[in-house]
Design a binder for this molecule. Structure first.
Ligand code: UDP
Ligand code: MG
Length: 313
């Protein structure tokens, strides 16, 4: 008997949870009836929801205590923490990660299970082939983000790849063995390697509720991703420094030669002030980059847990 664990983070998802459960149950029951030897379990994580999410999870757990488990966080720790908590608890030989809003199509699950069973792939991941309904600016930024991170870090990420995936136990063990505090799952999934196949699917809307990501949050999430997987921004800071140094030497040569040839009229104060301001600005910018990395080191050295659990069933 192969056990499949599904890890499902939930943040203010009271409306989506029952629909998700019914849909997945239907698909997996049909699949298991046809192909036998499969069992499955759910690990829902209530990530500090302020609505009735916990009540919904309790109802499901009472109804189906063997399959439905849940972890209740003490507050909102974010999707990354929720994923880690779920992956740590999941017992299955195959472990899936999916959103509860049905934007990750559960109809793909049977195909994913079959592929893991019949091929030597370790991960069956999914990739959205279109971005219908997404604001143009967001798609554009997202595209640029993938280009940039692929260029400046060692990991290679594909645009449109979702967290939705089914993995073998060995992959999950590798993921949870990474001790970092600053977790960027999209990067971590890539970093651990393993043989991965991507199943394409086209965009679908949320079944209920609304997205938790504002443009600003997405932007800062991408910056975190870049910093967690690349030290190139630090190198940029030094390159800007070197460039400013060379420019100043050239400027100095120019000024000295001009003074020698034409005498020394005291002109150019406004340009001097501008240059001082510019150099000051560059220095602060570079300090800012360094500061960002230091703040990440600071968070890592505290060794705080990524989440706290209030209740678990
Ligand atoms: N989520 C979470 N904690 C958060 C934000 C989101 O557990 O702080 C969950 C959310 O309930 C959903 C999944 O992460 O199951 C993806 O969130 P969302 O649908 O808002 O993201 P999008 O699909 O818009 O990228
Ligand atoms: Mg969603």
């Amino acid at each position: 008997m192969t056990l499949i664990s599904l890890v499902v983070p939930c943040y203010n998802e009271q409306a989506s949870i029952p629909i998700f459960y019914q849909t997945v149950e239907k698909i997996l029951t049909t699949f298991a009836n046809n192909s036998g030897h499969y069992q499955w379990e759910y690990w829902f994580i209530n990530d500090g929801s302020t609505d009735q999410t916990l009540d919904e999870l309790e109802i499901l757990n009472t109804k189906d205590p063997n399959r439905v488990h849940y972890i209740d966080f003490t507050r909102n720790f974010g999707k990354e923490a929720a994923l880690l908590a779920g992956l740590t608890q999941a017992d299955g030989q195959f472990v899936g990660v999916m959103d509860v809003d049905l934007q990750d199509p559960p109809e793909l699950l049977p195909k994913m299970i079959e592929l893991l069973e019949t091929t030597d792939n370790d991960v069956i991941a999914t990739q959205r082939t279109d971005r219908t309904g997404e604001p143009k600016l967001r798609s554009w930024c997202s595209d640029k983000f993938y280009r940039l991170i692929n260029r400046i870090s060692n990991i290679k990420m594909r645009s449109g790849v979702r967290d939705f995936r089914l993995m073998r136990r060995s992959v999950v063990t590798a993921i949870i063995s990474l001790p970092e505090y600053n977790r960027f799952s999209k990067g971590i999934f890539n970093w651990v390697g393993f043989k991965t196949t991507y199943l394409p699917f086209s965009h679908r809307d949320r079944v209920a509720g609304k997205t938790h990501w504002s443009f600003k949050q997405l932007f800062s999430y991408s910056l975190d991703g870049i910093m967690d997987f690349s030290a190139v921004p630090l190198a940029i800071a030094s390159w800007i420094g070197i460039l400013a140094f060379i420019t100043s030497i050239l400027g100095l040569i120019f000024i000295v030669s001009r003074a020698l040839i034409y005498g020394d009229p005291t002109i150019g104060w406004p340009s001097l002030v501008t240059i001082i301001l510019m150099v000051g600005g560059i220095q602060l910018f570079c300090l800012g980059i360094i500061g960002k990395y230091i703040s990440k080191i600071y968070l890592e050295t505290k060794h705080r847990p990524l989440y706290l659990i209030k209740k678990e069933r």
